[in-house]
Design a protein around this ligand. Structure first.
Ligand code: KG4
Ligand code: ZN
Length: 331
């Protein structure tokens, strides 16, 4: 089955062609305009999707040596995300499906992240735990069987990616924060500063990152400017380590609580190299089977949407033309 995927939920315009679980093309255009504003400006995002999407679909089809007629179906993100951005992708998908008379399906963006590893294809044992950490979400999900999800932990305030973005802002480093913090942290000492690990011993599986962000703010404000500059790498590395520690210890607690042996990572934060290395080493030590998507499949992309749509289409599900965008959709 050859599926065209479309993703426009935030500031990445993406189209992909996936055949069964194989990615034939995955074109991602990151909108640069938001950098100068220190965050995503919703109207600019919608307008950029409007300008770019048809060209990106064309390139995705060409790279996959696929014509519109060759497609067996279409998949598009319908939530969660920015309403105006989601509308562009959903309308383009509906227009294509209408003219081609092909089946199509609206996909939940969070589920898209979770299935980015093509976990169904890889040798992952059920039940497994999925840790989703992106700019908008931080969730621990128990996956009992294919397409069967139970949220067992979530952030009570900021998402992990949001913490990276806010801390980068506090430190005057720019947007998006994740890759910048990772780069600055690479020359720092991760245990230089003992930032808090909120809720680590709480006994439940929830996260909290806003206190960590405030601790970084207070710490950097407490330093004279000339020292703060020198300590930037240590602050970034210690903050990053605090996030990684909490994400791993809660994942381990979830695995133990639900007697799961496999952990699947998902979302933009999983691009982080020290995080990938730490999880890999710890999972080896604890005998846990670990799956991490390739970096380009961690951040927003249409291949994960096409793959997730494929799984649901295979199940016989279809969307109809009354489907609306759902900016606050949950898993
Ligand atoms: O999944 P994603 O592309 O979009 C959402 O659905 O939110 O995730 C974006 C988030 C941003 O907060 C960004 O700062 C973070 O992922 N991120 C990273 C890295 N690359 C992106 N966080 C830590 N380290 C990175 N290398
Ligand atoms: Zn995302």
């Amino acid at each position: 089955m050859r599926i065209l995927g479309i993703e426009t939920s935030c500031d990445e315009t993406s189209a992909a062609v996936v055949e069964d679980a194989r990615v034939l093309s995955n074109i991602i255009a990151t909108q640069k305009i938001h950098e100068q504003y220190g965050g995503v400006v919703p109207e600019f995002a919608s307008r950029a999707h409007m300008r770019q999407l048809s060209g990106i679909i064309r390139v995705a089809l060409e790279q996959a040596h696929t014509s519109l007629d060759d497609l067996n179906g279409l998949a598009v993100t319908y939530g969660p995300g920015l309403a105006g951005s989601l509308l562009v992708g959903l309308m383009v998908c509906k227009a294509l499906a209408l003219s081609l008379n092909k089946p199509w399906i609206g996909v939940n963006h969070i589920e898209g992240h979770m299935l980015a590893t093509a976990a169904e294809k890889a040798d992952i044992r059920y039940p497994y735990i999925s840790l989703v950490a992106s700019g908008g979400h931080t969730l621990l999900v128990l996956v009992n069987a294919p397409l069967n999800y139970q949220i067992v932990g979530r952030t009570i305030d900021d998402a992990a990616g949001e913490a990276f973005d806010k801390v980068a802002k506090v430190l005057g480093l720019g947007y998006p924060g994740g890759p910048i913090i990772e780069r600055v942290a690479s020359t720092g000492v991760p245990d230089a500063i003992a930032f808090p690990r909120a809720l680590r011993e709480s006994g439940n599986l929830d996260f909290s990152f806003s206190g960590l962000k405030t601790a970084v703010l207070y710490y950097s404000q407490s330093l004279p400017p000339e020292v703060a500059g020198l300590q930037l790498a240590d602050i970034a590395a210690s903050f990053q380590k605090a996030v990684i520690d909490v994400l791993f210890s809660k994942s381990l607690a979830a695995l133990q609580k639900f007697k799961a042996e496999s952990l699947v990572l998902a979302g933009g934060v999983m691009r982080n190299r020290p995080l990938r290395d730490y999880f890999t080493a710890q999972c080896q030590k604890h005998g846990i089977q670990l799956a991490i998507p390739a970096p380009e499949l961690c951040t927003d992309n249409a291949a994960m949407i096409a793959h997730t749509g494929y799984m649901h289409l295979l199940h016989g599900e279809r969307s109809d033309f009354t489907l609306d965008v759902a900016p606050n959709l949950s898993l």
